[in-house]
Design a protein around this ligand. Sequence first.
Ligand code: GAP
Length: 482
Amino acid sequence: MPEQLETLEPLVALSKRRGIIYQSSEIYGGLNSCWDYGPLGVELKRNVKEQWWQDLVTTREDVVGLDASILMHSRVWEASGHVSGFNDPLIDNKESKARYRADHLIEQHIKNLRDNGKSEDADRVAAELEKAINNPDALYEIIINEEIQDPVSGSADWTPVRQFNLMFKTHFGPTEDSGSLVYLRPETAQGIFVNFDNVTSTTRIKLPFGIAQIGKAFRNEVTTGNFIFRSREFEQMELEYFVYPENVEEHFEEWVQARFDWYVSLGIDEKKLRLRPHSEDELAHYAASCSDVEYLFPFGWSELEGIADRGTFDLDQHIEYSGKNLSYFDQPNNTRVVPAVVESSAGVDRTVLTLLTDAYWEDEENNRTVLRLSPKIAPTKVAVFPLFNKQGMPELARRIYEDLHTRFATSYDDGGSIGKRYRRQDEAGTPYCITVDHDSVEDGTVTLRDRDSLEQIRVPAENLAEVLEKRLQTREVKLELE
Ligand code: GAP
């Protein structure tokens, strides 16, 4: 079985080497926390998004899609609470000029106390932090009273704590005054809420129903890092599922389980996935309950997706701020109702990182690195090689490639030794390789190699498409070594 990665470094290196993910603007020294997906990465990411759309929209009668614009009226973000509440408490060290999240500094201090056996002190500070979480002055007081030092310089000379809004701002049109201020959306969800009336009045969808959207979101995150886990520009896959308010708890439970199962269906190791319900004090301002799907990354258990019971908060806010009636006409009961909503909010990039982390395997026995991606997610399904570039082999290999690539994501590789070509495909996560050799030219059969078991079988070239089709469909999602 694959070993657990101890750090992300080998994965970052493989991602660069194989054209999966590059640092943004690398030739200019890179732009922190922004990433570019290369030729293989973009296919992987598209497969994730297409699978999500397929499972949550295409195959469901009760969900429709939407693609709202990134720039929205700034009142949207006042109504949603993001202008006043989407903040991180920041503190600067006067000596080192380093900037930190005040709550993270305190959390680290609590951990240090615990590691040093001072669990009573740790409990006391943890209780103070819980009360101070939305209060910059109280956070500052803890940092000063506890004599918390800058982890880098050791200095305890701090500025006061300030709230820093995470939304990127820009201006609409030629003037840069406050009237032209717009935000790059920090979540796709609000595009759904503000279109609630448009969707219900232009479709025949009936409660309970969902509106789904995939799109970019932007956050001026203070703490970044861990590769693509937390970036300033990322993509979300969000579903807002509108329900009769009295049924919201039941729908919430259903969605929590369904979303956990979705990650398992992508081939991710179930033992490294868990559900973590939020405690009262962690809940976002809009949520009555929330559960995260978490994955055990090399840097610990971390959130992949949040499923939240948002109640009627968002529609109520937009009703108040826009003055529009966003209730739903419930025909059977001849009454109007403001539906409650269960939100499933997943990160595309975090799903990609999870798939890569989970699939990464250093196969020491065979001296190779493998991405054991599930075939349905793998960027390339099959690669075709001529053993040698002579004696009719390239011509036959090309014909096979031309036939297969209209049906599956197929790559053709005739560069370097056959061993090197296999290694390249193993690192790219390609489940099958086809080699055309001397016998192929004679008898029309080729070798089909399985990425994980390394098993090779001979298959008549004319049967390849059918054999692959079957294998790609029936093969177990989580591949076990034989
Ligand atoms: N509409 C609710 C919402 O946006 P969130 O927990 O702030 O909730 C949902 O974000 C998901 O978006 C997260 O679980 C994560 O997968 C992804 N996400 C959030 N911030 C991110 C960031 N800075 N970089 C990458 N993904 C992020």
